[in-house]
Design a protein around this ligand. Structure first.
Ligand SMILES: [Zn+2]
Length: 130
């Protein structure tokens, strides 16, 4: 069930604050429902009438990249996400025809292993036994 939202907050500081992805953020404004997507923001909303839309229209509901691993993009390409030395994440997209694309929506996470589904040799430890 989705809420119909009549106002959305367009305060640039709130937009930059990061998306709350529809969790909370609804405010009653002039007797109608308003939605602010900003995380950890309070007041100073800049309300813009939406004409009445489902709340899902006002934020990006696609799953977020939550760390290194292999993800499936919405067009089927595999996206390998690796940690880099600088602490940022490196994105690598499989497939020649997808690699040239500039706008890729990352969907479900398939594995925590950035190299999935490539198999690596499994390390086996030999324990001393008498
Ligand atoms: Zn706001």
């Amino acid at each position: 069930m989705s809420s119909i939202v009549h106002y959305e907050c367009r305060n640039p500081d709130h937009i930059r604050a990061g998306s709350r992805r529809g969790i909370g953020g609804t405010v009653i404004h002039h007797g109608s429902v308003g939605y602010c997507d900003g995380v950890n923001v309070d007041g100073a909303h800049r309300w813009v009438p939406t004409g009445g839309v489902p709340i899902e229209y006002l934020y990006d509901g696609s799953p977020a990249v939550d760390g290194p691993g292999t993800y499936r993009a919405n067009d089927g390409a595999l996206v390998h996400v690796r940690p880099s030395a600088g602490g940022k994440l490196l994105f690598e997209v499989d497939g020649g025809r997808f690699a040239a694309r500039t706008d890729l929506h990352v969907g479900v996470k398939l594995s925590d292993d950035p190299d999935w589904p490539d198999t690596k040799p499994v390390g086996i430890a030999f324990l001393p036994a008498d």
